[in-house]
Ligand binder design. Structure first.
Ligand SMILES: [Mn+2]
Length: 337
């Protein structure tokens, strides 16, 4: 499945619906939150009763986003979430390709088992086949880019406003590294240009996203780079592994390791970079690559995950030291010359 724009199906589902719930993935990022809010605000203008339910808390650096305080966090509001899902007559899943990406504490089942029609809007590869309608393109830079296109396909562009533009712009810049990744197309920049015409303060948005580190977070980055960065020169690979103990010593807050995986790629000959972190429940592995090296495939095959060609992630349920060994072995097997 490369690109599907079932605009007539989508429009008829939206026209019929009264109570809509929007979901996005576990550990929501700025594209998940931005696209959910932009769709929410658009549907509100169509006088729909609409709610966003996210599996768990989004990073605090997104608190400034318009209406972000209206987002329901399943982890904290299970009963409210359950009632909303039961009453809903249309479900959207955004920025992830399957309900299982809503996590493991019951939300995925609640959403998937609901009798409401289900629409997928996403840019991750290999979407599941059980949705009633799709707006999908794995070449799109972000789900925010897809929401912008959807709004136009449905001839709802007169509903675009400054708040929606702020939400969409946020997902665009975070999923493209401020317009530098491979996924950026002329259309991405045309969309960005149009969004700026709503007089959004793009410098403010950049600052809210990228310049809001705590002192501890910056110290953690310094420690990770100076003490923990491992360079496997002959395999053009760099990685950082951090234990719970190390993270706690920097008073780790959710989101503090965001972006850390990208530093490895800034080494000249590195084509594969990884961040391996120990959480309470598992070992998380984030992967980034340059050029044709497909980390989505590596994540799917070796780390129970997936994502995009140049950015993917997964998890392992083994001790940290074993996860590091596993990662090194995978690298040696795939980068063998
Ligand atoms: Mn995305």
């Amino acid at each position: 499945m490369k690109k599907i724009t079932e605009k007539n199906k989508l429009l008829s589902h939206i026209n019929k619906a009264k109570k809509i719930v929007i979901f996005s993935h576990h550990n929501p990022d700025a594209d998940a939150v931005g696209s959910s809010l932009a769709l929410y605000l658009t549907l509100k203008k169509l006088k729909k009763n609409v709610h966003i339910i996210l599996p768990n808390e989004f990073p605090a650096f997104l608190n400034w986003m318009p209406h972000s305080n209206k987002i329901i966090i399943f982890e904290k509001q299970k009963e409210t979430s359950q009632q909303l899902i039961q009453k809903s007559d249309l479900i959207f899943l955004l920025d992830c390709n399957a309900f299982k990406r809503l996590g493991t504490d019951g939300l995925a089942e609640l959403a998937q088992n609901s009798s409401a029609p289900k629409i997928l809007i996403d840019h991750h590869r290999f979407p599941e086949k059980y949705f009633n309608a799709y707006f999908f393109n794995d070449k799109a830079s972000s789900t925010c880019e897809l929401i912008y296109q959807l709004v136009h396909h449905l001839k709802l562009e007169k509903n675009l406003d400054k708040k929606i533009a702020q939400c969409l712009y946020t997902g665009l810049i975070t999923d493209t590294g401020s317009f530098k990744y491979d996924s950026v197309t002329p259309e991405t920049l045309e969309i960005a240009a149009h969004l700026l015409k709503f007089k959004i303060n793009h410098t403010y948005i950049q600052q809210q996203i990228f310049d809001t580190y705590s002192y501890n977070r910056l110290k953690l980055v310094g420690y990770a780079l100076s003490q923990k960065l491992k360079y496997l020169k002959e395999y053009n690979t760099a990685y950082i592994a951090l234990s719970q103990k190390e993270l706690k010593s920097f008073n780790f807050q959710k989101g503090d390791t965001e972006g850390l995986v990208n530093y490895g790629l800034s080494i000249k000959d590195v084509v594969l970079s990884a961040l391996i972190t120990e959480t309470d429940k598992m070992i998380r592995i984030s992967l980034r690559s340059k050029g044709n090296l497909d980390v989505n495939e590596i994540a799917r095959k070796h780390f129970n995950g997936g994502g995009h060609k140049n950015a993917a992630g997964g998890q392992l349920y083994i001790p940290l030291d074993d996860a590091i060994k596993t990662f090194e072995n995978v690298v040696k097997s795939i980068r063998k010359k």
